[in-house]
Design a protein around this ligand. Structure first.
Ligand code: ATP
Ligand code: MG
Length: 552
């Protein structure tokens, strides 16, 4: 991976201080996804932050699956998350599952009970909510709060042994029902769930809640800096309470930063799963999805995503990043890497009437004018070619410099051609143009006799390779955001356009995930799902230009 100096941020400053003061000799961070869906670009921000922070200070980063919720978690998600983290260019030193700590978590809960810091409560979920109170109303203590320790120990063990139904009892921390912080009002720390767990099977029927499990996971692994998103700021006193009262040796520090939000994008595994389950997206790796798998299939590179994550940085306040900024980084990367070629997405046939029948000549095209080391390619040219339907108008407006009757244009890498005749079918639709070419005007020969304003891309009809092109627009429309509207009512009905056209023969053997800059159309990627050995299918990653300017 390239060595980019990371930008400064407030989290890094905390790390520097902790190393200087001797609080820590070594930094250990973690990326702790719950395996309940595929990773999205927001997770990439957290991955880049955690791995690069530890890396910079010669520390380590753990990949830990926060799998404490058996009904939502699956092995498929575990595998996809591992693949995506690797693909982004990061390698975890150690891989952990929170479920490996269930025994220890249980023992620490027993310790809390013995210390009089936890109790078994028989209130229903609804009653617990009622008793909790609100920001303006103090909470009310549970009638089970003063259960004797022996009874709590017995009941908790029987919960573990499967003697009770889901929801019948919970274990709660005994903290403070009058705390101004609702999270401290005797939070539930264990619940009963009779469900098979992807890792532990049916061994357990009680599961720790996030606010109890997460600090223990961090402490068990010796995490020094536990970085999470801002919603957990109010949970920090509980985080510290758990570490302290459970008498953990290691004391991790929770640090919060603002989660990434992008325009025209839903960023929650739960919502993304809904798009998949309802068939609105073609799987988790649909090229319109903001998942890592979707971005990869669309044609994004790990470099572009990493550079984007570095550029947005970390902050303490919420903001929404323009999705065009992500596009900026893929253009920047592919401008260097992607060879240039030509493709016609909506073909219109042209017969060059003065070109000898049966003759073919090979023209030369640079693969990247900015980088001669990428070499050149051979482009066949003969009597029949395709151009873009949109590059012809029978009655053009002023300043239209493309083809119209009597006008001359340049064919990229080839000759000037002039439109002489328009052939139509019985419906009056244009089906073919008859043009003449000027042999004097061959590209690369230094012809200066006259100038033309339009330069068109084209492919030779006989040698053209048929290809499908998939053009995308955002899946979610921001502007339709209205009160009471859910994201499912903001789905863009025109987010996918499929076209059948042609590419240059040089692209005949393009492989899955090969990327090209198609002249005038943008950057394209061979689609993993639809392309086969004899059928080319391209995803448009991004068009060529954007008005978006990044402030550097
Ligand atoms: P989701 O609602 O999408 O499932 P989550 O926060 O519940 O998000 P986790 O699997 O628990 O997802 O997250 C793993 C890590 O990724 C956490 O540390 C979390 O803070 C971070 N993360 C998740 N979403 C974002 C985001 N949009 N921006 C930055 N970090 C994020
Ligand atoms: Mg979650």
């Amino acid at each position: 991976m390239e060595n980019k100096p990371s930008t400064s941020n407030f989290i890094k400053n905390i790390v520097i201080q902790d190393l200087q003061s001797g609080k820590h000799d070594e930094i250990i961070t973690r990326f702790p996804p719950e395996p309940n869906g595929y990773l999205h670009i927001g997770h990439a921000k957290s991955i880049v932050l955690n791995f690069e922070l530890a890396d910079e200070f010669k520390g380590t980063t753990h990949l830990r699956f926060d799998d404490t919720n058996p009904t939502k978690e699956e092995t498929e998600y575990v595998e996809s998350i591992k693949e995506d983290v690797k693909w982004l260019g990061f390698d975890w030193e150690k891989l952990f599952f929170a479920s490996d700590y269930f025994e220890e978590m249980y023992n620490r809960a027993v310790l809390l009970i013995k210390k009089g810091k936890a109790f078994v409560c028989d209130l229903s979920a609804e009653e617990i909510r009622e008793y909790r109170g609100t920001l303006t109303k103090p909470g009310k203590e549970s009638p089970y709060r003063d259960r004797p320790t022996e009874e709590n120990l017995d009941l908790f063990q029987r919960m573990k042994n499967g003697e009770f139904q889901d929801g019948e009892k919970v274990l709660r921390a005994k903290i403070d029902m009058s705390s101004p912080n609702l999270n401290m009002r005797d939070p539930v720390i264990y619940r009963i769930v009779h469900a098979s767990h992807h890792n532990t099977g049916d061994k357990w029927c009680i599961y720790p809640m996030y606010d109890y499990a997460h600090p223990l996971e961090d402490a068990i692994e010796g995490i020094t800096h536990s970085i999470c998103t801002l919603e957990f700021e109010d949970h920090r006193p509980l985080y510290d309470w758990v570490v302290r009262e459970c008498e953990m040796e290691s004391q991790p520090q929770q640090i919060e930063f603002a989660r990434l939000n992008l325009t025209n994008t839903v960023m929650s595994k739960r919502k993304l799963k809904q798009l998949v389950d309802e068939g609105i997206a073609d799987g988790w790796d649909d090229p319109r999805m903001p998942t890592i798998a979707g971005l990869r299939r669309r044609g994004y590179t790990p470099e572009a995503i990493r550079n984007f994550c570095r550029e947005i940085g970390v902050a303490k306040s919420h903001s929404v990043v323009d999705a065009q900024m992500l596009e900026h980084f893929i253009r920047e990367d592919l401008n260097i890497k992607a060879p240039r070629t030509m493709a016609v997405l909506k073909p219109l046939k042209i017969v060059i009437t003065n070109y000898p029948e049966g003759e073919v000549e090979m023209l030369e095209g640079e693969n990247n004018p900015d980088d001669p080391s990428m070499g050149t390619r051979q482009i066949p040219f003969s009597r029949e070619i395709y151009v873009e339907q949109e590059d012809f108008m029978e009655n053009p407006p002023k300043k239209y410099f493309r083809l119209f009757p009597g006008n001359e244009v340049r064919l990229k890498h080839a000759y000037f051609i002039k439109c002489n005749e328009v052939i139509k079918d019985e419906n009056g639709d244009v089906v073919e143009l008859h043009c003449t070419y000027d042999p004097e005007t061959k590209s690369g020969t230094g012809f200066t006799g006259r100038k033309v304003k339009g330069t068109l891309h084209w492919v030779d009809a006989k040698h053209a390779v048929p290809a499908e092109f998939r053009l995308y627009e955002p899946l979610i429309l921001d502007e339709e955001e209205e009160e009471g509207k859910t994201f499912l009512q903001q789905i863009n009905p025109n987010s996918l356009e499929i076209l059948q056209g042609f590419v240059e023969p040089t692209m005949k053997d393009a492989k899955i995930e090969d990327k090209y800059q198609l002249f005038r159309h943008g950057y394209f990627n061979v689609d993993k799902k639809h392309a086969t050995s004899d059928r080319l299918v391209f995803n448009r990653i991004v068009s060529l230009k954007s008005s978006f300017k990044i402030n550097k």
